[in-house]
Design a protein. Structure first.
Length: 266
């Protein structure tokens, strides 16, 4: 009888240990994988300004949000959004960082990619050509143009697994050749004009797969880049841009949009 009691206790321990192990496994999967019935958006440069507002609003709308930041440890506000927002390290100028992002996501579907990370050249228009520092010009091009191209290339497998298949490149009115009557802003203008062309080219390439790829202007927004005198708050800009994004159809791919839903000249 004593032996039977010992065997019963050992069996009970094994059952308990097995149940705990299974529970921990399920818990880890819950944290590692987004809810399968939700759409997923990946936003670059999401630690502040327009990117943070995108993360906040898509989270509030019930999306799974993958929010990237160069220094995730400092993205306090982003982490405070809570469950459903996953913060991932990303430097769009680093091939190694982008490759690490791709490995981290593996085969996770992404419905919407918002290439938002970018840098400006100041509110005064930057230096004249004679005073322009080419190395600074090249850095702006690496962030604003090459960065989105590198990220999009790396994430195409995940985007192909998504249902929405939308790629939104955050541009600027300063990237419009038709609107350029004042000059200045060297580096920023060229990088955004290049981003617009990338959007157009990508739209043509991916159209047979049902993708929608656009360039989208956020307007003049009160951010660190836009300054305190800008016309729009991040909330006003992003809320309007989300309406444009939500309403996109395949026939809209390859177009240059403003936050208010109007067309912009290339």
């Amino acid at each position: 009888m004593l032996n039977a009691l010992c065997r019963t206790r050992r069996l009970a321990r094994f059952v308990l240990i097995g149940a705990l192990a299974m529970g921990l496994t399920l818990l880890s999967r819950t944290h590692a994988q987004p809810a399968p019935d939700k759409q997923t958006v990946l936003i670059t440069g999401a630690n502040r300004g327009i990117g943070f507002e995108f993360a906040k609003e898509y989270h509030a709308a019930g999306w799974n949000v993958i929010a990237t930041a160069r220094k995730p440890a400092e993205a306090v506000d982003l982490k405070a959004l809570g469950e459903g927002v996953r913060t991932v390290q990303l430097d769009v100028t680093s091939a190694e960082s982008v490759a690490a992002l791709k490995d981290t996501l593996h085969d996770q579907p992404i419905d919407l990619l918002i290439n938002n990370a970018g840098v400006g050249v100041g509110l005064t228009g930057g230096p004249l050509l004679e005073e322009l520092k080419i190395d600074e010009f090249e850095q702006v091009m690496r962030v604003n143009l090459v960065g989105p191209m590198r990220v999009t290339q790396a994430l195409l497998p995940s985007l192909r697994l998504g249902k929405c298949k939308k790629i939104v490149n955050i541009s600027s009115g300063l990237g419009s050749i038709g609107w350029n009557g004042q000059g200045g802003f060297y580096g920023y203008r060229e990088s955004k004009a290049g981003l617009d062309m990338f959007s157009r080219t990508l739209a043509a390439e991916l159209k047979p797969e049902g993708f929608v790829c656009i360039a989208l202007i956020p307007g003049w927004v009160k951010t660190e880049m836009g300054g305190p005198n800008a016309q729009l708050t991040p909330e006003e800009s992003v809320t309007a841009m989300r309406k444009v994004i939500d309403g996109l159809k395949v026939g809209d791919s390859g177009k240059f949009w403003s936050y208010d839903g109007t067309s912009v000249p290339w």
